[in-house]
Design a protein around this ligand. Structure first.
Ligand code: ADP
Length: 361
């Protein structure tokens, strides 16, 4: 045996496997707790890995990277990588998160959708992701936290006012299988909100805690645009499991998206990834026009070291269906590329949340 033989221990192999990053993350597969067993025999090494995902590319990439790293070790012998792929659960509950760990009663996992700048499509993304998460079998709530410009009533064509239960909690309104709540449901269309500063923060804290969510796997919080006190209060009031940043490819939006990323990093909220909305417009002839610039979000995600969850084109149906309360993700994925993109992104979000849970449990 050569001088390296003594070092070929499971610990040595585990150390080497720390070079293998989980696809789309800066963290490695060892720290995520995916490496379940390492068996070193004379002339052979077997590594057992467990991963929960619905994306076949993930185990494939891990497999290839593990081989790349381990095959390069001297004296390792034959390398066998066994990957046990489990289906990522459609619901937070099935992912094994304990009941009551969330600071909002009745909710398993909280996902915040944020943007630095307004008008980039944050609410459109939040609504469609909520629909796509629910389509995979989860119980999903969507909460519009914008005091000053709530848009959910329009996006879901909600006309009624919510009722209160015996505990004086507000009962969410149901539409398209989602439980919905918005400050806008409680206000008159014509009356602007005049609370500012500390009053506004107290208002939103109370609002977040006084909704009677009914056994949700996921609650999607549509945050107000910006990175000020209100946003910070929300992410500190409730335990957010992960956040998504929405931006257009345009520089002015990217600058603000960067601020949002740094806000979440400061309060230790895991960033699930970035979505580039309004990425291009495709005309009938199939030519793509990058109206707000090309790949700005893609480059930004790379620069910030966060996953790019997807690119959503400018799409007339997305706008018109949003305006009439029928979000585009309700359409069959085969009929509309934007619907397909939202369903695909929802799958990634489920994967990432269960991965993070795996890493912390
Ligand atoms: P925000 O929440 O960031 O203020 P909204 O989701 O309200 O943004 O979107 C602003 C406007 O842009 C809305 O009229 C919405 O229908 C439209 N919009 C958002 N995303 C798209 C898209 N991908 N294609 C076409 N219109 C979009």
């Amino acid at each position: 045996m050569s001088e390296h033989a003594a070092a070929m221990s499971p610990d040595f192999v585990r150390e080497a496997l720390k070079q293998v990053r989980y696809p789309g993350f800066s963290r490695d597969i060892v720290s995520f707790g995916l490496v379940k067993q390492i068996d070193c025999q004379a002339g052979s090494t077997t590594v057992k890995i467990e991963v929960a995902t619905r994306d076949p590319k993930v185990p494939q990439q891990i497999f290839e990277q593990c081989h790349q790293v381990l095959d390069a070790l001297p004296d390792i012998g034959a390398v066998k990588i066994d990957i046990d792929v489990k289906d990522a659960p459609a619901s937070g509950a099935a992912a094994g998160s304990a009941v009551g760990t969330s600071s909002i009663p009745g909710v398993q996992k909280i996902i915040a959708v944020a943007s630095g700048k307004g008008g980039v499509g944050k609410s459109t993304v939040a609504s469609n992701l909520a629909i796509a998460l629910a389509a995979a079998g989860a119980r999903v709530g969507l909460c519009d936290c914008d005091l000053y410009g709530p848009s959910m009533a329009q996006m879901f064509a909600v006309r009624e006012k919510p009722m209160a239960n015996e505990q004086d909690e507000i009962i969410p309104i149901e539409a398209h299988g989602l439980q919905l709540m918005s400050m806008g449901f409680l206000l008159d269309d014509r009356s602007p909100v005049i609370v500012r500063g500390p009053m506004a923060t107290r208002y939103i804290q109370q609002f977040l805690r006084q909704v009677a969510w009914d056994s949700l796997d996921f609650l999607v919080l549509d945050l107000p645009p910006g990175t000020g006190d209100i946003q910070l209060t929300i992410v500190q009031t409730v335990r957010v499991d992960g956040c998504i940043i929405v931006t257009t490819p345009q520089e002015v939006a990217l600058i603000d998206a960067r601020k949002a990323v740094s806000m979440f990093a400061k309060v230790n909220v895991p960033i699930l990834g970035l979505i580039e909305n309004m990425a291009w417009f495709e005309c009938d002839a199939g030519k793509r026009y990058p109206i707000f610039g090309e790949n700005g979000g893609v480059k930004e995600a790379e620069f910030l070291g966060i996953p790019l969850l997807g690119q959503i084109p400018i799409d007339i149906e997305t706008r018109s269906r949003g305006d009439r309360g029928e979000p585009v993700a309700l359409l069959d994925e085969s009929l509309n590329p934007v619907s397909r993109a939202f369903h695909q992104i929802a799958g990634q979000i489920r994967d990432r949340l269960s991965l993070l849970e795996n890493a912390t449990s």
